[in-house]
Design a protein around this ligand. Structure first.
Ligand SMILES: C[S@@+](CC[C@H](N)C(=O)[O-])C[C@H]1O[C@@H](n2cnc3c(N)ncnc32)[C@H](O)[C@@H]1O
Length: 172
């Protein structure tokens, strides 16, 4: 079972869109089993992963809403399918903005209640949206697969949601 819609292909697409170069420091907020951490490390990025309930040794235990990381530490941050389940998307966005260096890149894909816009929320937190895409079709396939396998506990059991991807730059 993939931890987020689109699996590794989606993660690599986000990395490409970020234009971050190998060697860049990246934090995965809500890294789960560390799939994206390993994937990016194998491409020579310096990646750390944080999760409330780490599922592998590559991921550190911690609450990304109060991570304890210092300001302006990372060149990039990725979060897939985690801000929404944290229960406080706006706080997660503000924390991501705080931890990024000026000009740093946030790669975010997440569930979003219909009528809300992840890009607008990111702008309110101090980001400039570089790219946005609606991935609801991909998410529906993922959701059906999760229900089928009985692993849908991380997926909100409602239907009136979209799944959005935004790539943003922290305003300088
Ligand atoms: C749907 S899973 C996605 C995991 C991973 N991003 C992936 O794509 O495989 C959501 C993850 O977010 C984590 N999470 C939710 N709120 C969190 C918080 N405040 N701090 C750290 N992790 C959190 C959960 O523990 C869970 O592992």
């Amino acid at each position: 079972m993939k931890g987020h819609p689109g699996g590794m292909e989606h993660s690599l697409n986000m990395l490409t869109l970020s234009q971050l170069l190998p060697g860049s420091s990246i934090l995965d907020m809500g890294a789960g089993a560390g799939e994206t951490v390993r994937l990016f490390r194998n491409r020579e990025y310096k990646v750390r992963g944080m999760d409330l309930k780490p599922q592998s040794e590559e991921v550190e235990q911690g609450d990304f809403l109060q991570s304890g990381f210092s300001e302006e530490l990372f060149d990039g941050i990725i979060s897939q399918c985690a801000f929404f389940v944290s229960g406080n998307v706006q706080k997660a966005l503000l924390e991501a903005c705080r931890m990024l260096k000026p000009g740093g890149i946030l790669m975010l894909s997440d569930v979003c209640p219909k009528g809300q816009d992840l890009g607008r929320q990111a702008e309110e937190a101090g980001f400039l949206v570089l790219y946005a895409e609606d991935l609801t079709t991909q998410w529906k396939e993922y959701y059906i697969e999760a229900i089928w396998r009985g692993t849908a506990d991380c997926v909100p059991c409602q239907v009136k949601y979209n799944y959005q991807m935004v790539i943003c730059r922290k305003k300088e």
